[in-house]
Design a protein around this ligand. Structure first.
Ligand code: UN1
Length: 496
């Protein structure tokens, strides 16, 4: 499949070129000869047009009954199911993860479309008794307006769905700027919504780069809510710019996720889990396992096993069914990961396998790096503290659970954490004491399901959670309503 598609911005239900006429190209990260798509290199004028369309559409969309809004999402879910194979192919080709993982990305969006769609019939508020007689009171969710979304390339359909679908069911309208490395999946998601009956202007897509297209969206006065997933560096900027206009800003940023292995663990299970969570998606998940914290007595065996598995992983073009790990997303990411590998060596960690760009044959056309394992890593090394976002695992030895916990928690991030143990007391202590938004027991750090809250503590976020029962919170305002049917002035807190 070598077709090159040209994508225009999607504004008010129409495909329009950028006002400057500028475009940019996206090439397959597994094969740079494959031109995947040409996209609009948008600027402030394009963002203005998209926001104006979203603002106009909001006046009617907010009044569509929530169950009807949900119905559109449920129909979109069916279309996603029918097109899963095609959309997986598009996703692999644009960002590199193997087809079976791309399918998971679509499945996550299907789950979210079903979950958010059915929320149209719930969206519960609370009613409470009043302090006063003949008075009724309740609270309800209300939409907010135009939501600005900036999404990453690593889960290009799933993360767009986590943001867009709850926002829509609440009655908001959307302007989304997808990650420039993987915009097609957003078009695919929106195509399903439009075919399912989403009116023009309710979702608008503006493609391009952060400084030229993202920043005008963040700073637009008609966009009261911003939802961002990406790096800490950019997230901080979004937060600062949003704060100047007292915007509501939901941030989902990095991780340095630990997986603790106690010496009573099922090592076969650990081995499989670590390889999946450290090298799956080429380590490019915010939830990826990047630190393996192992009790000293089993550390040597554990390292041997993981190194053997890492060496055996089949790295290749994600479109080939045999590939277990795809390329990194782009050249800059490749440089970054290789830079961290050099840093690990210079910091005194022992490189046990990998450590280099893969070359020769088809590898020369993509951004392939070997699955890499360091042992002898200490908690103060930068490779043990900073997010690498690549297939690089640091193994750290500890004496006991208390030390494991201290090491696990001693980083700036707190997204996902895991422990393997058969001891129920240790498992419960970990559950309570790991500083993370997501904790796994006897399962690796990846694989969150959409019907539980997703997000992290400390440097990972700013207190919001996507998905789960919390998913409506960012996209709705509470309104409390008091109905006094006594026919008299009843003064709360005064008369009784
Ligand atoms: C991410 O890591 O950026 O929990 C999202 C997981 C996936 C989502 C990951 N469901 O690993």
């Amino acid at each position: 499949m070598t077709e090159t598609r040209v994508f225009h911005n999607f504004i008010n239900g129409e495909f329009v070129p950028s006002s400057s006429g500028q475009t940019f190209e996206r090439r397959n990260p597994a094969d740079q000869r494959d031109l995947v798509g040409v996209f609009q290199d948008s600027g402030a004028a394009d963002v203005d047009a998209a926001v104006a369309a979203a603002k106009a559409a909001y006046t009617t969309w907010r009044k569509v009954p929530a169950p009807q809004r949900g119905e559109i999402l449920l129909k979109a879910a069916e279309l996603l199911v029918a097109r899963k194979e095609q959309y997986s192919h598009d996703l692999t080709r644009e960002m590199g993860k193997p087809l079976f993982e791309a399918g998971g990305d679509i499945v996550e969006a299907i789950g979210m479309a079903q979950f958010a769609g059915s929320e149209g019939r719930r969206m519960h508020g609370v009613t409470t008794p009043s302090e006063l007689p003949n008075k009724f009171q309740m609270s309800m969710r209300q939409p907010i307006g135009v939501i600005g979304m900036i999404t990453p390339w690593n889960f290009p359909m799933a993360i767009a769905s986590w943001k867009m679908l709850p926002a829509l069911v609440c009655g908001n309208t959307v302007v989304i700027k997808p990650g420039e490395d993987a915009s097609i999946s957003t078009y695919n998601l929106v195509a399903c919504l439009v075919e399912a009956g989403l009116p023009p202007g309710v979702v608008n897509i503006v493609t391009g780069y952060g400084p030229s297209a993202g920043q005008p969206l963040v700073e637009h006065p008609d966009v009261p809510v911003l939802s961002f997933t990406g790096s800490n560096e950019v997230g901080r900027l979004v937060y600062e710019l949003g704060a100047r206009q007292i915007k509501r800003v939901s941030l989902e940023m990095g991780g340095k996720n630990p997986l603790i292995v106690m010496d009573d663990a099922d090592l076969d299970l650990v081995e499989q889990g670590v390889v999946w969570a450290a090298f799956g998606t080429t380590g490019q998940r915010c939830t990826a396992t990047s630190r393996l914290i192992v009790q000293r007595g089993i550390a040597a065996e554990m390292s041997e096993r993981i190194v053997a598995r890492a060496k055996a992983l089949r790295v290749g073009n994600g479109l080939q069914a045999t590939s277990e790990m795809g390329p990194l997303v782009n050249g800059a990411q490749l440089e970054r990961v290789l830079g961290y590998i050099e840093l690990g060596k210079s910091e005194g960690a022992t490189l046990r396998c990998g450590g280099a760009r893969l070359s020769g044959g088809d590898y020369d056309h993509g951004f392939f790096v070997q699955p890499t394992v360091f042992t002898g890593v200490t908690p103060t090394m930068r490779i043990a503290r900073e997010e690498i976002f690549g297939p690089v695992l640091s193994i750290i030895e500890v004496d006991d659970f208390d030390e494991a916990l201290a090491v696990a928690n001693d980083v700036a991030y707190g997204l996902s954490a895991s422990i393997y143990t058969r001891d129920i007391n240790t498992a419960y202590r970990a559950m309570h004491e790991l500083e993370a938004g997501i904790v796994y027991i006897n399962a690796p750090t990846i694989g969150a399901e959409i019907h539980l809250p997703f997000g992290g503590v400390k440097g990972t976020g700013n207190g919001h959670r996507e998905a789960g029962p919390t998913m409506l919170d960012v996209f709705s305002e509470w309104k409390s309503v008091y109905v006094d049917y006594s026919g008299a002035l009843q003064r709360a807190q005064i008369d009784n």
